[in-house]
Design a protein around this ligand. Structure first.
Ligand code: PMP
Length: 350
């Protein structure tokens, strides 16, 4: 490249084939045009003051040195207690819990730690944008199926066909970004049965486990019969405490499954800021009212937003959980595709 004065060697072709993430692009555009940013999933308000206070105090009192690689004991104990309290399954905090710098890092650790080149990984579209690059970069072949609006029902025959004797794992996001779908008990049982039949694993991205609406309750796949040894359950403090900038995630899995994931983690970030870990441990021990209040508060916002979108002519689709709403732009008669529409409403002043 002339500007550098020497030839730049080719970068990794998989990662280079992706542009800048749409979240960064749209957030930047919204800042530039002083528009309301509806593109990226994060709350308007920061999470609980007491959780933030614990983080602030721990930052000042220290220590601020490398914490244990698997996470501070307080947080690993809190993640184990959370599993037993909310879902009734017992977890050994010492051998079955790992803390990472956000669910994204934990997902990356899973792919780096478990995938052998040529393995197949099943995913369900539409999906969170980091899935494809990290799976492909880890050397796997991606097998995609798709759920479609308005009901987002699992296409069972297609899912069955996507599994093969090369399937290493399915990466399941439930509740699902961006479809705002919660998989039904029947669908989860169907997935569990396929995972077992193909002797595969399930990496369960459950970061929205507490952002669920209309009286629904989240069911982790790991709690289904035969799945305790096959699932990695992933949570995120960013979502559970409305502190998305913190990037504190946690994985729960059987010791044999967690061990290779932890090996990847030790080479990726190794640790996560200790004060944030202590604050998240404090947060996970909050009373039930906090967890139900998180869902109820988001549900009220969903209702207000959905009603507003419907009023101005969007076709709004049922939203069962997560930060996302799917809205059909067809009734608005815009001349252009969805990306052009999003750019248009971000840039153009009323
Ligand atoms: N998984 C899903 C489905 C998400 O939507 C997000 C955030 N948008 C993440 C993982 C990332 O979580 P974290 O910030 O803890 O890395």
């Amino acid at each position: 490249m002339i500007a550098w004065g020497w030839d730049v060697k080719a970068a990794n072709s998989i990662i280079s084939s992706y542009g800048t993430t749409v979240f960064e692009v749209m957030s930047r555009l919204a800042i530039e045009h002083e528009s309301i940013n509806l593109g990226q999933g994060f709350p308007d308000e920061d999470g609980p003051a007491d959780v933030r206070q614990v983080a602030a105090d721990a930052l000042m009192s220290g220590p601020n040195q490398y914490p244990p690689m698997m996470g501070v004991p307080e947080l690993r104990q809190a993640v184990a207690a959370h599993a037993s309290r909310h879902y009734g399954f017992s977890v050994d905090w010492q051998s079955e819990v790992m803390v990472g710098s956000g669910a994204t890092e934990v997902l990356t650790d899973c792919m780096m730690g478990l995938i052998e080149p040529g393995d197949e990984v099943v995913v369900i579209e539409p999906l969170y944008d980091c899935y494809m690059p990290i799976i492909r970069r880890a050397g796997a072949v991606v097998k995609r199926i798709r759920v479609t609006p308005p009901d987002w029902a699992l296409p069972r025959a297609e899912l069955e066909a996507a599994f093969s004797d090369k399937t290493k794992l399915i990466l399941l996001n439930n509740p699902q970004n961006p479809a705002a779908k919660m998989f039904s008990d029947d669908e989860l049982a169907f997935i569990a049965q396929l995972v077992q039949r193909h002797d595969a694993y399930a990496i369960c991205d459950e970061v929205y486990e507490h952002i669920v609406f209309d009286g629904r309750r989240h069911t982790p796949l790991i709690t289904l019969p035969g799945m305790r040894e096959r699932c990695v359950k992933i949570g995120s403090a960013g979502k559970t405490f409305s502190l998305t900038g913190w990037k504190v995630g946690y994985a729960t899995a059987a010791p044999e499954l967690l061990a290779p994931i932890a090996k990847a983690h030790q080479f990726v970030t190794f640790t996560t800021p200790p004060n944030l870990q202590n604050a998240v441990a404090f947060g996970l021990a909050k009373d039930d009212a906090y967890f139900s209040g998180l869902g109820a508060g988001m549900q009220a916002k969903r209702d207000r937003f959905a009603a507003g979108l419907a009023r101005i002519g969007f076709g709004v689709i049922d939203c069962q959980g997560t930060y996302f709403i799917t809205a059909d732009i067809a009734p608005l008669g815009f001349d252009g595709d969805d990306t052009a529409f999003c750019r248009h409403i971000t840039i153009k002043r009323a």
